[in-house]
Design a protein around this ligand. Structure first.
Ligand code: TXE
Length: 500
């Protein structure tokens, strides 16, 4: 079952070595001021991959000073857009050249299947930078009419030093969503990676310098949230903060930003996204899509379709087939070919997911499949399915962030709209139907930043992503992401001769 046993026998040796473990400040790899390091662990075994320099307040101060200098003295913000675009494109070329190493590091540090890293995430990573390279020389302001005799220009300027805090579930992609627009607009950056996955951010930043990025423009600090992360969020010389992570921590960083210098904050937070299967659905296809929507990336997606609402007419057939699909899911060493699911990221997330599985059982939901860990080391969890899930159960309300699918039954569209929207979250939603009118009703009624119709997790560079309600503020990717990194200046000039 779960195609696991052989895969878990002996961990495959990752085809890569760890080259960069220090902090990257002002173009140099340096030790942390305290000299401290922390271990980054292999989720397959819980063993140490490498010891990484542990940044704290003093390192954040050094990194911000370097980003400040690079912003104030240039050349980065003063370069032409075309020059900046060439560096971003050169970086994307280097990523493609080193794609296998990057993919292997990502999988080693995070536990996601190597095929996913190599075939989807690293190519998407370079694609995102090419997208933002395309924007560099197309960012411009406006001339607007005035009632009086004035010439009014609206200038779009880079906002300054951007602080960016990213999570561990998509270390490379979250790096791209943050760094891409900030650089395209001419800003400088201090990025704090997640403590669970510091390796690929350091590698990518090194490639950026090889591509010709001036020193100080992109500084990368590895370290913990309440220390390095909080120091960045509350820094008086950081002009803008972008954060992806839990809603709980999002509130903390927003408060730190407000209490320090009122820097504007974009937040991309948790979710409990509905995946709605209507009664006209081809059940086999719906099962596959809903399976992907939830189990992709070990269920560790902010937009995971974690409330699978199925119409009562197809409910029993769907639940039966969803169970069969979960039992076929191949779980194992993420470096092994054909593996669909690796381990959870760490002990904390593993325990959280196991706790929710217990909660599902105790609250009376029907455990259709899974429910246990796999093996006795690392953080592997069986693909788990609950049917007969009720809205008030914890597993239907909280973000589990693991391979646990909850299947709920509904009778009609008005009911499912009301129930799907009855959450503090509003990140994404999925709709599966062949009826265009029902699809249109749902896409407009659902209060979520993205609604996928007959698809899920489509993440092109140009598609904006972000949440309603407590799933966040602002949008990343697409044209909207640029607004996060621009300051708007109105220049009003008196016209000497209004007639002309
Ligand atoms: O998140 P945190 P964690 C959700 C998911 C998961 C839960 C907890 O439900 O189970 O959050 O995960 C930094 N000041 N998501 O604990 O704490 C931290 O170092 C400044 C959803 O990993 O939000 C890391 O870099 N920074 C999600 C980042 O915040 C702080 C992705 C995220 O960590 C900080 C990950 C502080 N006081 C988890 N405390 C998504 N939206 O995709 C922590 N950090």
């Amino acid at each position: 079952r779960f195609g696991t046993a052989a895969a878990l026998d002996e961990p495959i040796t990752p085809p890569v070595e760890v080259k960069y473990t220090k902090l990257l400040i002002n173009g140099q790899f340096v030790d942390s001021a305290s000299g401290k390091t922390f271990p980054t662990l292999d989720p397959r075994t819980g063993e140490v991959i490498a010891h990484v320099s542990e940044g704290d307040t003093e390192d954040i101060n050094r990194a911000v000073a370097s980003a400040r200098k690079a912003f104030d003295e240039g050349p980065w913000p003063k370069m032409t857009g075309y020059e900046r675009s060439r560096i971003l494109n050169r970086f994307a070329d280097l990523v493609d050249k080193h794609s296998e190493e990057l993919a292997a590091l990502e999988t080693w540090d995070n536990g996601k299947p190597y095929e996913q890293s190599a075939l989807a995430e690293v190519p998407t990573f370079s694609r995102l930078f090419r997208y933002y390279a395309g924007w560099c020389d197309k960012i411009h302001g406006l001339v607007v009419p005035a009632d009086s005799s004035h010439h009014v220009q609206v200038l779009h300027e880079p906002i300054g030093v951007a602080g960016q805090i990213i999570p561990w579930n998509f270390p490379l992609l979250m790096f791209a969503w943050k760094v891409g627009p900030a650089l395209a607009c001419g800003n400088t950056i201090v990025l704090k990676s997640a403590e669970q996955t510091p390796l690929t951010a350091l590698y990518a930043a090194k490639l950026f310098h090889e591509a010709g990025l001036p020193d100080g423009v992109l500084n990368v600090i590895s370290g913990y949230g309440p220390t390095a992360g909080a120091a960045l969020a509350s820094h008086m010389d950081v002009d803008k903060l972008a954060f992806t992570g839990s809603t709980e921590t999002g509130k903390i960083v927003l408060e730190l930003a407000a209490r320090s210098n009122l820097k504007p904050v974009t937040l991309e937070l948790g979710g409990k996204s509905p995946m709605i299967i209507l009664d006209d659905a081809d059940v086999d296809k719906a099962v596959e899509l809903a399976h992907f929507a939830l189990f992709f990336n070990q269920g560790q997606c902010c937009c995971a379709g974690s409330r699978t609402f199925v119409h009562e007419h197809v409910y029993d057939e769907f639940a039966e087939k969803a169970k069969a699909r979960a039992l076929r899911r191949v779980v194992g060493d993420p470096f092994k070919k054909g593996v669909e699911q690796g381990p959870q990221i760490d002990d904390e997330q593993f325990s959280k997911v196991m706790r929710y599985i217990k909660s599902g059982v105790n609250s009376g939901a029907t455990l259709e499949s899974g429910g246990d860990r796999i093996g006795d080391k690392g953080y592997y969890i069986q693909p788990t399915i609950f049917s007969n899930v009720k809205d008030e159960m914890e597993i239907a309300k909280d973000e589990i962030f693991g391979p646990v699918q909850s299947i709920l039954k509904f009778k009609d569209i008005d009911e499912v709209i009301r129930r799907a929207n009855a959450t503090h979250y509003g990140l994404a939603a999925g709709v599966f139907t062949s009826n265009i009118d029902k699809a249109n009703t749902l896409t407009r009624a659902l209060r979520a930043g993205t609604v996928w119709v007959n698809c899920f997790d489509v993440f092109d560079a140009a598609i904006p992503f972000g949440g309603y309600k407590m799933s966040g503020q602002g949008r990343e990717k697409g044209i909207d992401s640029l607004k996060n990194y621009l300051q708007i200046k109105a220049v009003v000039t008196s016209l000497k001769n209004p007639a002309w």
